[in-house]
Design a protein around this ligand. Structure first.
Ligand code: SF4
Length: 289
């Protein structure tokens, strides 16, 4: 794992920040105290650590930063996707400098499709470049090469996709023939069947919504997930003969939604919350309209 901490320290000194809130994803929580110690030793700033889960650059803890009088948020492990903030936010990428093992390269060379679109998440950027170069070397065409988020909209542009990284969170935004180059298990997996199943689940959820009468519209307060046009959506639903009620919350969990008596929930926030279990049917806004 590689973090450019010296650049961060230089920036803090240059701008003379006094109090800093640090946010890290779960995988970095074992390192965060060491990072805070290093910053405090080498700058004049006081560092406060946010303990709340941090799922993406959509999940900035602005209220806590304001409450504690912080003049900077250091947000590790995610890339900036343009959330406007009063307090400056410094996004610090985390990279993995891994090699594609020879065994996996052999598996890649056995892929039948010639025109390939390749993807990764930000931390695996370097491996994505290596994959692109290797594919060209073995005579494949790389028609698209992109960094994606778990909520990206990706259009099919090739005969097949390859996602390189760890964990199946990201590859499920892809459609059609999809391979997963799993750097944790060091293998190439054909995910096409699982990707199709996800599509079918999505269609089933949309059907449930069509049949429902009472709809709870979920609006998240997370800065990068907040959906400002909730009123428009409510009116749209009501024009379809349904009852709509706006519900506001930070993190959306099954436990919070249990007792209201809605037939279905409409999620305007992170589309990937549906990867979790919910007792009540729940559908993503982007799958409906
Ligand atoms: S997938 Fe969800 S948590 Fe990740 S960046 Fe998108 S909205 Fe945020």
């Amino acid at each position: 794992m590689f973090i450019e901490i010296n650049k961060v320290i230089k920036k803090i000194k240059e701008e003379d920040y006094k109090r800093i809130l640090i946010q890290v994803p779960e995988g970095l929580k074992t390192e965060v105290v060491k990072i805070a110690d290093k910053i405090e030793k080498q700058t004049k700033a006081q560092v406060i650590i946010s303990v709340e889960p941090c799922y993406g650059a959509c999940d900035l803890r602005l209220d806590e930063a304001k409450l504690l009088g912080c003049d900077l948020i250091l947000h590790f492990g995610h890339i900036d996707f343009g959330v406007k903030t009063e307090i400056p936010v410094l996004y610090i990428p985390v990279y993995f400098d891994l090699e594609i093992p020879e065994k996996v390269k052999k598996e890649i060379s056995e892929i039948k499709e010639k025109n390939l679109a390749i993807y990764s998440s930000e931390p695996f950027k370097k491996v994505l470049d290596d994959l692109g170069n290797y594919l060209l070397k073995i005579g494949k065409n790389v028609v698209s090469k992109k960094i994606i988020l778990g909520c990206s909209e990706v259009k099919n542009s090739a005969e097949a996709n390859i996602f390189v990284g760890s964990g199946k969170f990201h590859p499920f935004v892809l459609r059609g023939k999809t391979y997963f180059l799993d750097l944790e298990k060091n293998r190439l997996e054909d995910l096409t069947g699982e990707v199709k199943k996800e599509e079918m689940k999505k269609k089933a959820r949309v059907l449930k919504f069509k049949e429902a009468k009472k709809v709870g519209i979920l609006v998240s307060t997370k800065p990068g997930q907040f959906y400002k046009d909730y009123e428009i959506i409510k009116k749209k639903i009501e024009r379809e003969g349904k009852e709509g009620r706006i519900l506001v919350l930070d993190e959306i969990t099954n436990e919070k939604l249990g007792r209201f008596g809605f037939d279905v929930y409409l999620n305007t926030a992170c589309p990937r919350i549906l990867d979790n279990h919910f007792d009540k049917p729940i559908v993503n806004l982007k799958d409906l309209f």
